[in-house]
Design a protein around this ligand. Structure first.
Ligand SMILES: NC(=O)C1=CN([C@@H]2O[C@H](COP(=O)(O)OP(=O)(O)OC[C@H]3O[C@@H](n4cnc5c(N)ncnc54)[C@H](O)[C@@H]3O)[C@@H](O)[C@H]2O)[C@@H](O)CC1
Ligand SMILES: Nc1ncnc2c1ncn2[C@@H]1O[C@H](COP(=O)(O)OP(=O)(O)O)[C@@H](O)[C@H]1O
Ligand SMILES: [K+]
Length: 509
């Protein structure tokens, strides 16, 4: 699914009105109906109480129309509307519809002192994507009351005060939504960690905007969902053998962190490659063989850390390296020598660099040109900062990574909630799976194993990164259905990879 700018969503809506021969009030009614259905699901069977705070534009119009529907369904509804010199036409029509039904509308100003009945749900319909500048300090008292209330806050389209597609100063007044119902497509600012305290969770509501018009709108940003990754799955063939599914080479571990290599190797095998060989320092031999009988193991001449890469390293289908590897100077020199060797070869295995491999690359910026094109780097935010330097906000972070990927023709997977996969063509895919329970030691090692396995199975690097990130998050989400998010471990993510594959291949789930 595309992630569009506010301007493009407006274009999409306007073109839909023409193409479907409907009025903008009819489209607003459709949006309110979608909101109503979602909120009915949110409250369940019970009668609920709502306080709806409406602005003077179309976001406010959505709030007014929703208020009417909730009232008609028997809920207790209080509607407040911002006093203003003029209202959008759709907003006025919905005010009129409420008057006709004798549903009262109280006036609201930035100075209003509000009382929210206990257990009522607050609906934020003050500003949507039409926000033209950050809200000024005049709005602080009103937004402060909403943000400090103990009631749940549901935002319509976007938390009021937040821009959809450009940086918002976080000291400006912004609604802290518990859940945002956003129309038609995800918005960039709903995906960025900097705004997490305002955006929390979101749900996309389909309001029937024309698909073929969306296809004409170009954007470098995509929201990666099940239907996108399903297209990347390859059916298993009856006459396959273990050689068909590829041989992954997992390089990592040092004295004290052999577990990272075990996790990555197990995850690789559970993702479906035919064979895995782990290359680790000698101290890990018994540990790895004992923990994981399916793995083949090769060891470095040194006991404590990796000091060289064997000649046969280039014989494998894919190499994933860096997990728990350490940044010993010997390892650093070995990596440099490997790059020199790869440069001379006509064809080389696909490569993934994680953790300490990235830290070594970050320490040596002049090596960036040596990284074979189309390699995958999987940094967490701190590793990314070491690699590309600091950023002032998430928009700049994405711009810097896009620039880096284009310049070095690499794929960067920026890990975290809504992991972003940035491709050499500068496309950015934000992942839709995963949960905070996955922020646990070793979870990144599992991701490296998954993606390396997909590379070994013959997926292109871009497909392996997209499918791997989605699958990893999905395994974590399935794990969270039976294990509390606080208790999820990296091993649990591996244990649920099989269910993730099943889920992905089942059209009815
Ligand atoms: N256009 C359409 O066809 C649809 C629009 N929808 C809703 O319409 C919203 C967009 O509506 P609008 O474009 O009317 O915009 P908004 O409702 O977001 O508000 C814009 C109004 O606020 C004013 N404003 C902007 N920044 C301000 C600031 N910092 N301080 C004070 N006033 C400020 C603007 O001048 C304008 O009058 C969407 O977010 C969505 O909720 C939905 O009903 C779906 C259909
Ligand atoms: N809040 C979150 N929501 C979803 N996924 C998350 C969240 N936090 C972390 N993750 C995922 O967990 C993994 C953590 O990776 P990383 O920090 O490298 O862990 P480690 O180094 O311990 O293996 C990444 O894939 C990341 O996307
Ligand atoms: K809003």
């Amino acid at each position: 699914m595309k992630i569009l700018s506010a301007a493009d969503i407006y274009k999409w809506e306007q073109a839909t009105l023409i193409s479907q021969n409907i009025s903008s009030v009819e489209l607003m009614e459709r949006a309110a109906e979608a909101l109503f259905q979602a909120i009915q699901q949110y409250v369940g069977e019970r009668q609920a109480s709502f306080v709806i705070l409406c602005g003077f534009g179309n976001n406010g119009g959505d709030g007014l129309a929703l208020g009417r529907m909730l009232h008609m369904a028997g809920h207790i509804v209080r509607i407040h509307l911002l006093e203003h010199t003029s209202y959008s036409a759709e907003n006025e029509i919905n005010q009129q519809r409420l008057h006709e039904m004798d549903i009262s509308i109280s006036s609201l100003s930035p100075e209003s002192i509000l009382e929210f009945p206990a257990k009522s749900i607050l609906i934020d319909a003050l500003f949507g994507y039409g926000l033209a500048r950050p809200l000024d300090d005049r709005w602080k008292p009103l937004l402060y009351q909403i943000n400090t209330a103990s009631n749940p806050v549901l935002s319509i389209d976007i938390p009021s005060g937040l821009f959809a597609d450009k940086p918002t100063p976080i000291e400006a007044p912004i609604i802290q939504a518990h859940l945002t119902y956003t129309f038609a497509c995800a918005k960039l600012s709903l995906l960025f960690p900097k705004y997490a305290s305002f955006t929390s969770n979101f749900q996309i509501l389909d309001i029937g905007l024309e698909k073929n018009i969306e296809n004409t709108l170009s954007t470098p940003y995509e929201y990666l969902q099940k239907e996108d990754v399903q297209l990347l799955i390859r059916p298993l063939q009856k006459f396959s053998h273990k050689g068909t599914f590829g041989h992954a080479y997992m390089v990592g571990g040092r004295y004290g962190s052999i577990g990272a290599a075990i996790l990555a190797s197990k995850a690789a095998l559970k993702t479906g490659c035919g064979l895995i060989t782990a290359y680790i320092p000698a101290c890990g031999y018994t540990i790895l063989q004992g923990a994981f009988p399916e793995a083949q193991v090769e060891t470095d001449p040194l006991d404590t850390h990796i000091s060289m890469f064997p000649k046969q390293i280039t014989d494998y289908d894919a190499i994933g390296m860096g997990m728990g590897m350490g940044t010993h100077p010997d390892t650093e020199i070995a990596l440099r020598q490997l790059f020199e060797r790869l440069k001379l070869m006509p064809s080389i295995p696909h490569l993934l660099f994680d953790a300490d491999a990235i830290n070594i690359l970050a320490k040596n910026p002049d090596w960036h040109v040596l990284i074979p094109p189309n390699s995958i780097l999987t940094p967490h935010p701190k590793e990314l900062e070491r690699l590309i330097g600091l950023w002032t906000d998430d928009f700049e972070k994405i711009a810097k990574v896009r620039d880096w990927c284009r310049r070095y023709q690499q794929i960067v997977v920026i890990k975290g909630a809504n992991t972003a996969i940035v491709l050499p063509n500068e496309m950015v895919h934000f992942n839709s799976t995963g949960n905070p329970g996955m922020a646990t030691g070793g979870s990144g090692d599992v991701l490296s194993g998954i993606i390396t396995s997909l590379l070994a199975q013959g997926h292109t690097p871009a497909d392996a990164a997209l499918l791997g990130v989605y699958l990893h998050g999905l395994a974590g989400d399935i794990a969270a259905t039976t294990i509390h998010e606080r208790s999820i471990t990296a091993t649990d993510i591996i244990a649920h990879l099989s269910s993730a594959w099943q889920h992905l291949q089942n059209p009815y789930l």
